[in-house]
Design a protein. Structure first.
Length: 152
């Protein structure tokens, strides 16, 4: 008698497992996917950190500008050139900013300027008060306000 195959119709190929080459290709594809996911998570964390720094920078700039607006017009010039080094910001009263602001510094500039009202041509003298908050790379928030010189 002849030999009887238990794999009718040549189905023997369907019962075998992965070859080494197929396993290596699958591993390589999986590794590429893992690297891509890790890179996107890292990028998302960096974007979130930069957004947080910009938000804190705006708070710090607005806080300093609010404090400066409590001063008299002629006292503003005394604050020109004031800087708080990165990680050591304080209010004008000497209160240290919270640790969340550790990556930020800020500077104040006060410059003489004049503004002309377009309709009447009236010229108003005053100062531009500029507060810039920065990190080690760039300015993150810059706020400027014009303060008119008081009438005599």
């Amino acid at each position: 008698m002849g030999t009887v195959s238990i794999h009718p119709g040549g189905a023997r190929g369907l019962a075998r497992g992965f070859t080494l080459a197929e396993a290596l290709i699958a591993s390589a594809v999986l590794a590429v996917i893992v690297v891509a996911v890790a890179a996107s998570v890292s990028t998302a964390q960096k974007v979130a950190w930069e957004s947080r720094k910009r938000m804190l920078a705006t708070f710090a700039a607005d806080g300093m500008l609010s404090e400066l607006m409590t001063l008299g017009y002629y006292d503003l010039r005394d604050r020109d050139g004031q800087t708080d080094a990165i990680g050591s910001m304080e209010t004008m009263d000497g209160v240290v900013y919270p640790k969340a602001f550790w990556a930020l510094g800020r500077s104040v500039s006060v410059t003489d300027t004049s503004v002309t009202e377009p309709g009447s041509g009236t010229v108003v003298d005053g100062v531009d008060v500029r507060v810039a908050v920065y990190d080690e790379h760039k300015d993150l928030s810059v706020l400027t306000v014009f303060v008119a010189e008081p009438a005599e």
